[in-house]
Design a protein around this ligand. Structure first.
Ligand SMILES: *Cc1c(COP(=O)(O)O)cnc(C)c1O
Length: 421
């Protein structure tokens, strides 16, 4: 079935009441039929619900539906995108190991990998997402994950996914892709050899800026890559925290199983059932919205490219963009989501434009149905010097837009008056 059909129906069987909308199971725990049933659930002889920190029927629908859209085998929802990223890495690496990460990353991912994981003894080594030779040179026996974003936030680069997964597979290393900005509607990384994807559901999934959440998805057949792979001994040896369970030996998707039984159990970054329900509502219209976000962003980018005050426009859907070929290859019909940025002459000019817009909200978020404008040099990147700003691809006159679902004509008119104010 088509993605849009699965977005409406996958993973939900109506109960006796026939509720059309997926019910919110706002409960902490579930009653066992008897002691034997309880024992069977704990030993995985039978699958079922125990305690909402481990699983929940509403969250289950969200996970099944999202896994289906992504073309994966199973998913694990978490309390935020940041915790999904932490789980994906912590599920593969331990103290003494390293991960190889693209340096074009979301700010929170950059601090998590470079600073927080370092204190846990996991070293992050960074490469330019377009330089796979440099990436390969960073790999050694202790490398457990290659991490990158399919469509990077905030630098708006498109990774050559197959060039990266080809090298990772040569070494039997897991690839983890943050597919938040592209979403499963525009890009399905598993079709290009990726093993695990993570998302911030807080962005396009909810779509209206309603809730924080995250999700981790594993591809079909990942067990074959983990089995007998010396890099991932902990999937092949008994887990003493779970009755000696060997993850690759049970007939369940091993990566999400371990993330649930071990990490979610012990770290507890669980999504609330209510938020899962909001994400289910968002998924119903995700493919319709992503088409509109992409269409609006392209129109806005074309307008900006034609404006004399604009020095440069970054949007992968523009033929002039260095990422255009990758966008055509990896995104459905080359549709490139709602993120774009453009550069004007100076910091002062940029601030003036941001303040003169009326329709755009000054917010540090993306993926809302309302359009958002940000000026990184005076907000998120304020501590950096002029040289550092240029080095990380954020010149002082750079303005970023998360293009919403207002009419393109109104979005263009407002930006035009702000540029000419
Ligand atoms: C927002 C974002 C995250 C973090 O997600 P939260 O839900 O805010 O924790 C991770 N990656 C990308 C690309 C993001 O845009």
């Amino acid at each position: 079935m088509d993605l849009q059909t699965r977005a409406l129906h996958e993973g939900y069987e109506k109960g006796a009441e026939g509720a059309m909308a997926v019910p919110i199971y706002q409960t902490t725990a579930y009653e066992f039929r008897d002691a034997e049933h309880a024992g069977n659930l704990f030993s995985l002889k039978e699958l079922g619900y125990i305690y909402t920190r481990l699983n929940n029927p509403t969250t289950d629908v969200f996970e099944k539906r999202f896994a289906s859209l992504e073309g994966g085998e199973a998913a694990l929802a978490t309390s935020s995108g940041m915790s999904a990223i932490f789980f994906a890495i912590a599920n593969a690496a331990e103290a003494g190991d390293n991960i190889v990460c693209a340096k074009q990353l979301y700010g929170g991912t950059l601090t998590q990998t470079a600073h927080t994981l370092k204190r846990f003894g996991i070293e992050a080594r960074f490469f330019n997402v377009h330089d796979t030779d440099a990436m390969e040179a960073l790999i050694d026996d202790k490398t457990k994950v290659i991490f990158f974003e399919s469509l990077t936030n905030p630098s708006i680069d498109v990774a050559d996914i197959e060039a990266i997964t080809k090298i990772a597979n040569k070494y039997g290393i897991l690839t983890v892709v943050d597919n938040t900005v592209a979403t499963p509607v525009l890009c399905r990384p598993f079709e290009h050899g990726v093993d695990v994807t993570v998302h911030s559901a807080s962005k396009y999934t909810t779509g209206q800026g309603l809730a924080i959440g995250g999700i981790l998805v594993e591809r079909k057949g990942l067990v074959e890559k983990l089995k007998a792979n010396p890099r991932y001994a902990h999937f092949n040896e008994p887990d003493h925290s779970y009755h000696g369970l060997v993850y690759v030996d049970v007939p369940l998707p091993p990566f999400t199983l371990r993330a649930r039984l071990s990490l979610l159990r012990d770290l507890g970054a669980v999504v609330s059932p209510f938020n899962s329900w909001l994400f289910i509502q968002g998924i119903e219209t995700l493919s319709l919205r992503m088409r509109e976000h992409s269409k609006n962003a392209l129109e806005l980018a074309e307008f900006l490219e034609s404006h004399p005050k604009v020095k440069k426009v970054n949007y992968p859907g523009l033929k002039s963009n260095a990422n255009y070929q990758n966008a055509q290859k990896y995104f459905d019909n080359g549709a490139s989501s709602g993120l774009l940025s453009f550069e004007v002459g100076s910091l002062e000019e940029a601030v003036k434009i941001v303040d003169a817009t009326k329709l755009y909200s000054l917010v540090v978020n993306i993926g809302d149905s309302k359009s958002i404008i940000t000026h990184p040099a005076s907000t998120t990147h304020q501590q950096l010097t002029q040289e550092e700003l240029i080095a990380c691809g954020v010149p002082a006159g750079l303005i970023r837009i998360s293009c919403g679902l207002e009419s393109a004509a109104d979005l263009i008119a407002d930006l035009k008056q702000a540029l000419e104010a």
